[in-house]
Design a protein around this ligand. Structure first.
Ligand SMILES: NC(=O)c1ccc[n+]([C@@H]2O[C@H](COP(=O)([O-])OP(=O)(O)OC[C@H]3O[C@@H](n4cnc5c(N)ncnc54)[C@H](O)[C@@H]3O)[C@@H](O)[C@H]2O)c1
Length: 358
């Protein structure tokens, strides 16, 4: 049991991870500016955990921006003065749209990179040296090998990916492991950092009470298909059917968000138990699914015909991204349990129970 600061914890992956962290008896402070989320997600997440009578000591919320140095420091200080200092940070906060990052590169670098530098400074100042960081498979760009091992070339194709790759380098410098070619590198300065490279997180909590709630036009496939299936959007745009894949549409490694949540708990536990280190792991299923295959799976689950049109490829996309997940299994003893049907069913349940999101 530990006192954790979950930054960006109200978002899609963060809110689901809060449930798993609470179930492990951790005490959580969520720090979020709600730029892409709602406090309702947290109210619901709280009620979905197995813990009864959750007090403010077990779960609390701080509305703030990670770039707000003064407020961030005050949160660390508050818990030091309560003699229960924050022991670790799970860092989800950031902007994540590839397409938007081409339009607002400044903003992406400011929130993602400056925000993380600020967070690390606050941690350093208050002697909190454990962090689990949300990285992304997008940093691999056009992979030279599939499934993609952690030691594959890092070659992002878009500003969003550039910010994630830069943060990864920054964290490696902070841990005293600059330019390491190791998946698990020793840190000689006491830092314990896990850089988790997510593939494509989808689905929702099986209750249908929390899920992915994009603002405006969805960028990701699952919420997009959901909104077509429910009649909010006329048809699904498929970005290219001439990729070098079995049916010409892009292939991705979709991972259920609750499996991903468990992956964070496993990584955190590993950091707490092991000596100071920089750990870099892919979190995916190791299985590839094309856009057309996802569409067919959704049609089966929803019992609806989902109209689609093929449009040109998007800038910054790649043909295939599938994780090599050998290391996550070996090092943190984690492996995903849910399959494509669970992902579609849970995602659809969330959509039909919350047609307008939170
Ligand atoms: N969802 C994906 O497909 C995916 C894939 C790979 C990596 N990631 C990374 O995982 C993390 C979480 O992703 P998500 O899908 O839950 O996204 P999300 O947008 O749902 O969650 C991010 C949370 O961070 C908060 N936030 C944003 N800027 C902030 C700031 N300046 N200060 C404080 N809070 C701020 C948002 O309000 C939101 O609650 C992100 O860093 C994202 O880049 C996501």
């Amino acid at each position: 049991m530990a006192r954790l600061l979950v930054v960006g914890g109200a978002g899609f992956i963060g809110s689901h991870t809060c449930i798993s962290l609470l179930n492990l008896n951790h005490k959580i402070i969520v720090y979020d500016n709600f730029s892409n989320s709602s406090p309702r997600a947290l109210e619901r997440a709280k009620n979905l955990s197995n813990i009864k009578n959750i007090t403010a000591d077990i779960f609390s919320l701080k509305k703030g921006d990670i770039r707000d140095e003064i407020y961030l420091n005050s949160v660390f200080e508050e818990y030091i003065s309560k003699k229960e200092p924050i022991e670790a940070v799970i860092h989800f906060a950031g902007l994540k749209s590839v397409q938007e990052s081409f339009i607002k590169p400044n903003h992406y670098w400011d929130v993602n990179v400056n925000g993380t530098i600020n967070l690390i400074k606050a941690m350093q100042k208050h002697n909190c040296k454990v962090m689990v960081f949300s990285s992304s498979a997008t940093i691999y760009g056009y992979p030279d090998k599939v499934p993609i091992p952690e030691l594959a070339t890092i070659n992002p194709l878009n500003p969003y990916g550039n910010t994630k790759a830069t943060i990864e380098n920054f964290l490696s410098d902070i841990a005293g492991c600059s330019n390491t070619k190791l998946i698990k590198a020793t840190s000689n300065n006491g830092w314990k950092i896990a850089r988790l490279r997510y593939f494509n997180p989808v689905g929702a909590h099986q209750s249908g009470l929390i899920g992915e709630d994009p603002k405006g036009m969805p960028n990701n496939l699952f919420p997009y298909i959901n909104q077509v299936a429910i009649g909010k959007i006329k048809s699904l745009q498929i970005f290219g059917d001439n990729w070098p894949t079995h049916d010409g549409t892009g292939v991705r490694d979709y991972i259920h968000v609750m499996d991903l949540a468990e992956g964070h708990c496993a990584a955190l536990e590993n950091l707490f138990l092991e000596k100071p280190q920089l750990l870099t792991l892919n979190l995916g299923t190791g299985k590839g699914t094309s856009v057309i295959q996802v569409l067919k799976a959704f049609e089966k689950i929803t019992d609806k015909k989902i109209p689609y049109e093929i449009v040109s490829r998007r800038n910054g996309d790649s043909a295939i991204a599938i994780a090599d997940v050998t290391m996550a299994k070996k090092i943190i003893n984690w492996k995903p349990k849910k399959g494509l049907e669970d992902m579609c069913r849970d995602s659809w349940r969330w959509q039909i129970s919350n047609p307008s999101g939170y």
